[in-house]
Design a protein around this ligand. Structure first.
Ligand code: SF4
Length: 464
């Protein structure tokens, strides 16, 4: 029996793609190797969002290749995902020990291609072509690989992005927006719930654009006239999808990522108030607090529009947890622009923010823009913003101490498997002294302590 090891870099979409490829290979008789040292096939699922992520994956493959080619020459090595898509054949030219390069619309061919290579029918395979209907192929789940019951699951609802933010490589690595049908997604969610899943996160590069460019299959979203393709409801396709998933009996919670702020129309905000399973959590990637920089980034909203969305969300759900992504040192960003980002962070009071120093990505418009910001300034702004965000986050987390809150228990803590972790509706991790039998339960805990972006619950309060 052959074994495979998949190492994943980057975002939750990549995690989900790796899971689907692993499930596909398990179905074909592979076992999952605990490490690369024990694997017959080693795949790196790569990220291209920052240059650092690409260099890390290339460095990792160089080390693996040096080792396996000396001691285990038959091991198959492959790149898949965003860097595989953007660099294609170049990766084999640079690293001739690599056997397979699999693009982002080709994950479902992984097992067949590996069979061909392992059987000696083909030497090297590079497949990064676009493929119609590939958005509906990320559907297999491992659910923790069998031993333990998964409480949460990610469901891919769309692929690609048409926003073309000037700093972002995703539209080039993931292609045009392509959405699965509501019926297809609901069927997958129902299946997961029947296997014990309680919380589903709907995934895509820009989920709020779900269905805007049609659907990959014949079915239309609910509420559309099949003959005329005319919407019979003012709700966006994404909100129609939320409505449909919400109907699933046994499902307790719905999340989604990654949205775009301009997708937070009134129908989506109203959905937060209307759908009890849609948890009080919103990731709103603002990227900058300066209108001038937002325009250069081609984000499609202004600072005021963004603040208006936050206001409406908090009016609909006062306890909503709001997180964001921010890029510092975008080309042309001057100190005044950065100060506006700082002031926006203070005004919104984000629960957490993921801060990135701008990274030049080849073939993106921003890479060729004048006034690239020197690394030293990017680092300084990164540091200052991080201090502000951490200080706000600390206050927000400490405000939970003494409160009772509902968590969904996900399983043992990664840091200390003797303890259990759960997640609040507003997406905060809570660690507590629970037991395995609490996995999958919705329970109230009293928060006794707040650490760095983690809460701790009092075991005495937990209904043991
Ligand atoms: S919306 Fe997101 S994925 Fe799409 S181009 Fe902009 S940053 Fe990239």
């Amino acid at each position: 029996m052959r074994s495979v090891f998949i190492k994943t870099y980057g975002c939750q979409m990549n995690e989900r793609d790796s899971e689907a490829v692993a499930a596909q290979l398990v179905a074909k008789g592979y076992t999952l190797a605990p490490s690369e040292a024990a694997a017959d096939v080693i795949l790196l699922n790569t990220c291209s969002v920052r240059d650092f992520a690409e260099q890390k994956a290339i460095g990792k493959m160089q080390n693996i290749a040096a080792d396996v080619r000396k001691n285990r020459p038959d091991v198959v090595l492959g790149f898949m995902g965003c860097m595989a898509q953007s660099r294609g054949q170049e990766l084999i030219d640079r690293l001739p020990d690599v056997d397979l390069v699999l693009g982002t619309q080709k994950f479902h061919h992984a097992a067949d291609y590996l069979d061909e290579i392992l059987a000696g029918h083909r030497d090297k395979i590079v497949d990064v072509a676009a493929e119609q209907g590939s958005e509906a192929t990320i559907r297999e789940h491992l659910l923790n690989g069998n031993a333990q019951k998964s409480v949460t699951a990610f469901v891919s609802i769309m692929q690609g992005c048409n926003q073309y933010c000037t700093f972002c490589i995703v539209p080039y690595t993931r292609g045009e927006e392509r959405s699965r049908s509501i019926a297809d997604i609901v069927a997958e969610c129902r299946q997961l719930v029947s296997q014990g899943v309680k919380e589903i996160t709907l995934l895509g590069q820009i989920v709020t654009s779900y269905g805007k460019r049609g659907f990959g299959r014949a079915e239309l979203p609910l509420g559309q006239d099949a003959q005329q393709r005319v919407p019979t409801t003012k709700k966006t396709s994404f909100v129609q999808l939320l409505d449909a998933v919400h109907e699933i009996d046994g499902l307790e919670r719905i999340r989604f990522t990654a949205p775009h702020p301009k997708g937070y129309g009134d129908d989506l905000i109203e959905a937060y108030a209307r759908l009890p399973k849609l948890v009080e959590s919103a990731h709103l990637p603002v990227q900058s607090g300066s209108d001038r920089v937002l325009k250069l980034m081609h984000r499609g909203y202004t600072r005021d529009r963004f603040l208006g969305i936050v206001k409406k969300l908090r009016r609909a759900k006062p306890d909503i947890g709001i997180t964001t992504d921010i890029i510092v040192g975008f080309p042309g960003e001057i100190e005044d622009d950065f100060e506006q980002t700082l002031s926006l962070a203070r005004e919104v009071q984000f629960d957490n923010a993921y801060i990135f120093k701008y990274s030049q990505r080849r073939d993106t418009p921003a890479a060729g823009m004048p006034d690239q910001v020197p690394l030293k300034i990017r680092e300084d702004r990164n540091h200052r913003l991080l201090e502000t965000v951490n200080e706000i986050g600390k206050r927000k987390y400490h405000a939970f101490v003494g409160r009772r809150t509902q968590i969904l228990v996900e399983g043992p803590s990664k840091k200390n498997p003797a303890r259990m972790t759960g997640r609040t509706r507003c997406n905060k991790i809570v660690v507590f002294e629970g037991a395995e039998r609490h996995r999958g339960q919705l329970m109230d805990v009293k928060i006794t302590r707040a650490g760095s972006f983690t809460l701790y619950g009092d075991p005495a309060i937990v209904n043991l």
